[in-house]
Write a protein that binds this ligand. Structure first.
Ligand SMILES: *Cc1c(COP(=O)(O)O)cnc(C)c1O
Length: 427
């Protein structure tokens, strides 16, 4: 009998391109159709066929405390009763901005937008407007949302769906984007020298999280900081994933390297559509209406979105949260390594804070080139076996697993059992 999800997917495909509002959800990277979800509770997801999963997608990162977290839900219900949007200032916007500035070292002032994509596009415009230069340096395999400038050798969805450069990006825009290998500081120094006085910004995921998980090599982030400072280039950390995931102050706090601008998204919205970008006052005050650089939004700073974000940020600032998250993630990563060893598989497991990735390759992971050595066919078999066993992973080798504080020891132990069998099934 055809499942309800299969029927729902067929219907969706009649009205929505590919049946999805974001390509990765279509499961194209693993073949077959996605389960349609009914609801979530804590670390668990339930589909419309009544199947239950331990969720390691967590809405692709935002749900640091799991689904339908009672404090977030209660705050939202209360906010709903007061009205869903005003298009006028509210105090909750200042409260969230204040909280973000208190937690993230590089942020004194912050603008709220509606997605991570908007945050990165706006940050780059600010960098260009401020510097009077056009060129942008980015890194192969990093994903900064779907802004034109970024759709050149971008990460996960591009990787999974085999479209490294999107049609529809004007040549002029593409020509202003310089794409370099991740972790290759010499390549950056060379590009900066060759484009003297023309580079507005360097944008980087301080921990790459969109080609699986690629940690920065020692010296890479400090080296970028030095080059940017020496050449008056705006250094932008895209912390849309890492912000509030690898620590309360993100990767910049963890590695002690402070960018000029920081982009946030995902966790900052507590599961509602929020992005944000911020930095030093002197830079941020180049934005309208104080300065001349344009950026606006009808629903930016939306009271429901701010409420969800603030509820989650308040919780994550409480004692011991990141220690518990790290312990859970380490337990999962160690368990995976143990399983691999038992099966005689020499695969790479990367883990930092509440994000991790199992790469189906023995090649050490440093950049895009090493990442794509992964055996994606084996990953597909593993993925379906995990799903069958009730473990919901992102449907691509090139995505991270995201943990939440709602994942219990029992969830993790059950996951490891399922993974062991799935790894066997994959080989
Ligand atoms: C998800 C993501 C974005 C884009 O955010 P959206 O809210 O999907 O537009 C940008 N940068 C990074 C690093 C991301 O992971």
């Amino acid at each position: 009998m055809e499942s309800k999800s299969a029927r729902a997917f067929s219907l969706a495909q009649q009205y929505i391109p590919g049946g999805v509002n974001s390509p990765a959800r279509a499961f194209a990277g693993v073949g077959g159709g996605p389960p349609f979800m009914s609801h979530g509770q804590g670390a668990h997801l339930f589909d419309i066929d009544g199947r239950e999963y331990i969720d390691y997608v967590c809405s692709w990162g935002p749900l640091l405390f799991g689904h339908a977290q009672p404090r977030v839900v209660a705050a939202l219900k209360e906010a709903c009763d007061r009205g869903t949007s005003f298009g006028a200032p509210t105090q909750i916007e200042t409260e969230l901005a204040r909280q973000v500035a208190a937690l993230v070292p590089g942020i004194d002032m912050v603008r709220m937008v509606n997605s991570g994509t908007e945050a990165t596009m706006s940050a780059v415009r600010l960098a260009r407007g401020y510097s009077g230069r056009d060129k942008l340096i980015k890194f192969e395999g990093c994903w900064h949302g779907h802004g034109d400038s970024f759709l050149i050798k971008a990460g996960s969805s591009a990787l999974t769906l085999g479209a490294p450069d999107s049609p529809g990006v004007p040549q002029g825009v593409a020509a202003d984007t310089i794409t370099l290998p991740y972790n290759d500081l010499d390549a950056v120094a060379e590009a900066v020298a060759q484009n003297q006085g023309q580079v507005a910004a360097i944008i980087v995921e301080p921990i790459a999280g969109n080609m699986g998980l690629v940690p920065p090599q020692p010296g890479f982030l400090p080296g970028l900081r030095q080059l940017a400072t020496d050449h008056d280039i705006v250094l932008i950390f895209d912390e849309v994933i890492t912000g509030f995931r690898v620590g309360p102050g993100g990767a910049q706090e963890r590695f002690g390297v402070i960018p000029d601008l920081t982009c946030l998204g995902k966790i900052v919205g507590g599961g509602l559509p929020v992005g944000a970008y911020g930095g030093k006052r002197a830079l941020m005050e180049h934005l309208l209406p104080v300065g001349q650089i344009s950026q606006a939004g009808t629903l930016s700073g939306n009271p429901l979105a701010m409420t969800a974000g603030l509820a989650q940020l308040t919780m994550l600032a409480e004692d011991g949260v990141y220690q518990r998250l790290e312990e859970k993630a380490q337990k999962l990563a160690d368990g995976m390594r143990y399983n691999l060893e038992k099966l005689g598989l020499d695969y790479q497991v990367e883990q930092i804070g509440g994000m991790l990735c199992l790469f189906f390759t023995a090649t050490p992971i440093v950049d895009f080139t090493s990442v794509v050595t992964a055996d994606t066919e084996a990953f597909k078999r593993y993925f379906w076996a995990c799903l069958e066993g009730g473990v919901y992973l992102a449907p691509s080798q090139y995505e991270c697993m995201f943990l939440s504080l709602a994942h219990s020891d029992q969830d993790i132990e059950q996951t490891l059992q399922v993974q062991y069998q799935a790894l066997q099934a994959a080989h």
